[in-house]
Design a protein around this ligand. Structure first.
Ligand code: ADP
Length: 384
């Protein structure tokens, strides 16, 4: 059973066996020629010779002639049977080689054409698994076809992401630019008064543009893996305390409670403090933005295997179940106008996910539904 499997999965074995088959056919044909064709050809030649030599020769040279004739006929019989054997062997060799090369060359040619198509930008191109390999363990050619299809999948995905990103960025830039342009035209035409609130409006939109560009830069760095991380052992409580201190005033201003419930005894985590600080600021900033006045935000942490799990829980507007899987996708917002008013660019959580994953952890969200608050959790590795 294992031998059959090994044979199915190894192209080298298949080629080797095909050669063995050709050689075996040659041997069988030669043996059959020796057993069946040679004696009959020989008797045919001897019979023909007897017909010619019915009258016995008068002189004594008869036996010498007979011997020479016999030898010549024997040679002819052998040549005839060898020629037949060679023809049969040639046909067998050509058909086995044609079969084998068709099995090898055809898929390679198909892959060559497909790769040319992909290089020309047709990312939907895929190759079929070489014949008879569906459902079985593929050999090297089958694996090459699978790898080719995987590569094409990734290229297609990257290309789609690139297109979507360009569309999204253009869309994100359009809104503030239209506002700035409209306000400026109003000022030039004298329709809008040259007053403080008009300039502030223009300034706000320009700041939004700047934030968007800054976030996009950060995202591109995080996604390309060019961000430098300097991991050091840090106490979870210190991380959270510092982040809370930076947002304390804003929480007070909005009238939202901020509760740090991180226990002191937790082990240190091995992270770049600045990067994780950015994640905490993003989550605490979002919690503040989506929690109305009078609400409360809690930060807790617990140890879980080799990780410390942080959770930021708010009792704010909550998130509908259908939106949860898209929250970490760039430019995704549940309520676009609400997020924009708060200055959000829609990439904060995407950056947070990149930073957490680059730190060796993972991030996820849970919400019981609209109006029922949300909990964003992430893990960080414990320092050894
Ligand atoms: P934004 O800049 O729009 O806040 P994020 O990537 O940080 O971008 O968040 C994406 C979206 O996730 C937000 O627009 C909002 O709809 C939703 N969201 C994030 N945090 C919360 C939260 N704590 N409560 C409810 N919705 C949230």
């Amino acid at each position: 059973m294992n031998l059959v499997k090994a044979f199915q999965q190894r192209l080298g074995w298949k080629i080797f066996i095909s050669y063995v088959i050709v050689i075996a056919v040659l041997i069988i044909v030669l043996i059959s020629a020796a057993i069946f064709v040679a004696p009959s050809a020989f008797s045919r030649h001897v019979a023909a010779m007897e017909q010619v030599e019915v009258a016995p020769p008068e002189d004594g040279g008869g036996s010498v002639d007979l011997e020479a004739d016999l030898l010549a006929n024997f040679r002819e019989a052998i040549n005839e049977s060898l020629a037949l054997a060679a023809l049969a062997a040639l046909i067998a060799a050509v058909s086995v080689s044609a079969f084998v090369s068709r099995r090898i060359v055809a898929p390679i040619r198909e892959m060559m054409l497909a790769s040319r198509h992909v290089a020309e930008g047709h990312y939907k191109e895929r190759v079929e698994l070489p014949g008879g390999m569906e459902g079985t363990q593929p050999d090297e050619l089958g694996q090459l076809a699978l790898s080719f299809n995987q590569m094409a999948d990734r290229l297609q995905h990257t290309e789609e992401m690139r297109r979507r990103l360009i569309g999204d960025v253009a869309h994100e830039l359009r809104t503030p630019l239209t506002t700035i342009q409209g306000s400026m035209e109003g000022l030039i035409d004298g329709i809008l008064p040259a007053e403080d609130h008009v300039f502030q409006n223009i300034h706000r939109e320009a700041t939004r543009l700047q934030n968007l560009v800054r976030d996009l830069q950060a995202l591109s760095k995080a996604e390309s893996g060019t961000l430098v991380f300097n991991p050091e052992p840090v106490a979870p409580l210190d991380l959270v305390r510092r982040a809370c201190a930076r947002l304390e005033r804003q929480y007070e201003e909005k009238g939202v409670g901020l509760l740090n419930e991180v226990p002191q005894h937790l082990p240190q985590v091995m992270v770049d403090e600045d990067r994780v600080g950015q994640v905490l600021l993003n989550l605490l900033g979002n919690a503040l933005q989506y929690t109305p006045n009078g609400g409360q935000v809690r930060i807790s942490a617990k140890q879980h295997a080799g990780f410390v799990e942080f959770s930021v829980t708010d009792d704010g507007i909550g998130i509908a179940r259908e939106h949860l899987p898209h929250l970490f996708t760039r430019f995704f917002r549940v309520d676009k106008s609400r997020s924009r008013v708060g200055g959000g660019s829609g990439v904060g959580l995407t950056i947070a996910r990149q930073l957490v994953e680059a730190s060796g952890g993972r991030i996820w969200v849970h919400s019981a539904g609209p109006g029922k608050g949300s909990t964003f959790s992430f893990t960080l590795p414990v320092a050894m």
